[in-house]
Design a protein around this ligand. Sequence first.
Ligand code: FAD
Length: 430
Amino acid sequence: KTILFWLRRDLRLSDNTALAEASRTGAKVLPVFVFDPNDPVDPFDGNGHRLRFKLKALRQMAEQLAKAGKAITVTVGDPAKAIPELAKEHQAQAVFANRRYEPDSVAQDEEVKKQLEQAGVSFQTHKDAVIFEGKEIVNGQGEPYKVFTPFSKMWNASLDEDQLDGQARTASLGALLDGPVTFPDNRALPFDTEPFMLPAIRREKKLLANYADTRDFPATDGTTRWSEHLRHGTLSPREAFRMAKETNAKLWTELIWREFYFMVMDRFPHSMENSFKTQYDNIRWDNDEALFKAWTEGKTGFPIVDAGMRELNNTGYMHNRLRMVTASFLTKSLLIDWRWGEAYFAEKLADYEPASNVGGWQWAAGTGTDAQPYFRIFNPDSQAKRWDPDGEYINKWVPELNSLDYPQPIIDYKASRQRALDRYKQALNP
Ligand code: FAD
């Protein structure tokens, strides 16, 4: 008996629910991965960082499996065709996978399920990427929460130790099918296949214990850098919570934000495209293309904003403080639609997580769940003074700051502040 275990955003062999469940059936399990040129979240014509991250993580996994004589198949194609074909080739009775939650990924999984069932193969999905799914944490009326704090209280009250157990979700290597590693040639992968430098998964207790004090200072490297690993599954969310539990309460809460935004995506799907709070759909954005371009290139003449955008463009990562500053600047100071910024981040971020990205953007734009109120507008200069007091982060990314090459500010910040206040007020009192 053979079962296919379809890897997606869970690129690890231990603490992996679907893999453990597949092995429990007693069948031999073959891990498979399909690079989908039209993937709903990571298409080939989109971000190179994410595809390169996956390729690197898969190569590492394949190396480990090859050493044990175990098989893995990595291929390229449309999963709705490729998965049933692989099932047929290996005479698999079932395909197991961990659930995805983005609306377009959910639709793709439904299509794959349909195709498999037509061929007499069952498709079983499991909860793995989150501790609680969207429908599991609800208020006394059985409704989803619209603000974070009561959600997080209920989340904590609902948790029991088993939900963070990684051991129970770890299959033994012996459950895997013996056989070759099948990997596509780089030529079949029409994206930049230069290996991505996977940041190490930080597990040092000392670093994590200081998280609350260091997390807001971009020059200190004081955050976990777990986001890319959580996004692609090289780190299990259960392990992340276990590490946070041992070290820092603030870190624990940040991980619940991730769960909160997954819930919002699931229960309020309108907010993936439009304002969470619908009255903000009336905002009249300026959407000036030249200003947008200057923002994307890190040439706004506001050093902290430019530093953040250049970090993103160069590394596929941006520190959280800078995500807040650059997003606030785009929406409130330049009056550009948060969806433009969201799409730009989606293209560039290696950790692009649709739920958290939309959540973060709507927070910054003042249109989201716990949004920053519209009248709180980040002043880029005071943000820089407070969070980068020695200018270390800015100097790293904007070395030409004090030369003639550095652009003049593209807007008058003070005037833009008033303009934003007026525009938001207009939207709320049409
Ligand atoms: P840490 O500070 O070390 O946090 C640990 C983990 O907690 C993170 O890896 C993440 O999983 C979670 N977390 C922390 N803060 C948040 C938050 N505000 N919302 C949700 N989860 C959080 N995060 C993404 O993973 N993908 C995105 O696409 C993304 N887009 C964002 C866009 C904007 C405009 C904003 C303001 C925030 C966005 N975030 C996003 C949240 C946050 O900025 C990143 O998770 C964080 O910077 C990643 O670095 P880290 O792993 O070192 O974070």
